[in-house]
Design a protein around this ligand. Structure first.
Ligand code: NDP
Length: 311
């Protein structure tokens, strides 16, 4: 299916759970809209297992996102895979420009572009990306079959990465800067009981070494008398930061961490712009697939009311 139109009441920017749910709700309100996202699913796509989404006892990120996409498309949604690179406003109309040179107009915008992986910030980190350093266990764990991998972090992303790697690798070190893992208790319990995973507490990774590929990591303090740990792969799972481009272009008000401030109706500080999902400060900052969906639904309903009034 191709879209020939360039003008919509609503453009949803993003293609993750918040955006796809907003699209489902918008369709049910008969609200003509376009969904534009750089890639399907956002970070939810990378989740190895999601076990807390009602009706799904266990489902992969890929499967849940594809189900949402199918649902949205079955109701008539058009999803354009392209990156929005420009947004400006003339009078009451927003003009949205994509990387592929397309231009669309809309009366309302929903920003649901999510977050990206936080980098550790080591001087040679970039050199090792794709050569031993990864930010996505679901994507890259299979390269470490019967090898040794390390994971940095102590919350859900790191915990689920360690558990997934333990299904494939020979040995997994999880390096955490504090003394007690946090995140979902169910994952923490599984880690503690997994013989392949060794958690190194109160420690940070301060260096990376290797010739053509990663061979070792340097720890901030000795572990079993060694500050160097020989590993084949390192998974940096230390949280996320908001995708800032469009936030900056629209000069949206953010909190001190850079997340878009929204009200209970998901409205941002910019008239005619809503935000939902991991990029927004809603849902008590609890970034989950279910809260992203809920925020997408709330935004769609409020946008519907706004567009009804402005007719
Ligand atoms: P979080 O922000 O929850 O955790 C980041 C982790 O990385 C923390 O342990 C933090 O340490 C550590 N960290 C941050 N910066 C550094 C640094 N510079 N050096 C070393 N360690 C660092 O991010 P997650 O990606 O784990 O989770 C994000 C959201 O996604 C959460 O809401 C989470 O619940 C959700 N999620 C849920 C999953 C699920 O299965 N339910 C799976 C994956 C994510 P400290 O603890 O000291 O702050």
């Amino acid at each position: 299916m191709t879209n020939k139109k360039s003008k919509y009441p609503l453009i949803i920017i993003g293609a993750g759970p918040a955006a796809l749910t907003a699209s489902i709700y918008a369709s049910r309100y008969h609200l003509d809209h376009l969904v534009i996202g750089e890639s399907l699913g956002g970070l939810a796509f990378e989740a190895h297992k999601i076990c807390n989404f009602p009706t799904e006892q266990e489902i992969s990120g890929v499967d849940i996102v594809n189900k949402m996409k199918e649902h949205a498309e079955s109701l008539g949604a058009f999803l354009l895979l392209d990156k929005v690179v420009g947004v400006d406003r003339k009078g009451e109309i927003f003009r949205v420009t994509t990387r592929n040179g397309k231009v669309f107009l809309a009366k309302a915008l929903l920003l649901a572009v999510g977050t990206k992986h936080r980098r550790l910030g080591l001087s040679n980190e970039n050199e090792f990306i794709g050569r031993g350093v990864s930010y996505c266990a679901t994507c890259d764990a299979m390269f470490y079959r019967n090898k040794t991998a390390a994971v940095i972090g102590g919350s859900d992303s790191a915990n689920t990465a360690s558990l997934y790697l333990a299904e494939i690798a020979k040995k997994v070190y999880q390096i955490y800067r504090k003394n007690k893992l946090r995140g979902e208790t169910a994952w923490v319990g599984q880690i503690v009981n997994n013989k392949k995973i060794e958690v190194i507490y109160n420690t940070e990774v301060v260096g990376l070494g290797g010739k053509k590929k990663l061979e070792k990591i340097i720890l901030s303090k000795p572990y079993k008398d060694q500050t160097e740990l020989m590993v084949d792969g390192l998974f940096i799972e230390i949280g996320t930061v908001p995708q800032k481009d469009l936030i900056n272009k629209l000069s949206l008000e953010t909190d001190e961490r850079g997340y878009v401030k929204v009200g209970p109706d998901q409205k941002t500080s910019y008239f005619g712009v809503w935000a939902a999902g991991d990029i927004a400060t809603a849902s008590n900052n609890f970034h989950q697939v279910i809260t992203a969906c809920s925020e997408g639904a709330i935004a769609a309903e409020d946008i519907f009311k706004f567009l009804q009034k402005s007719k």
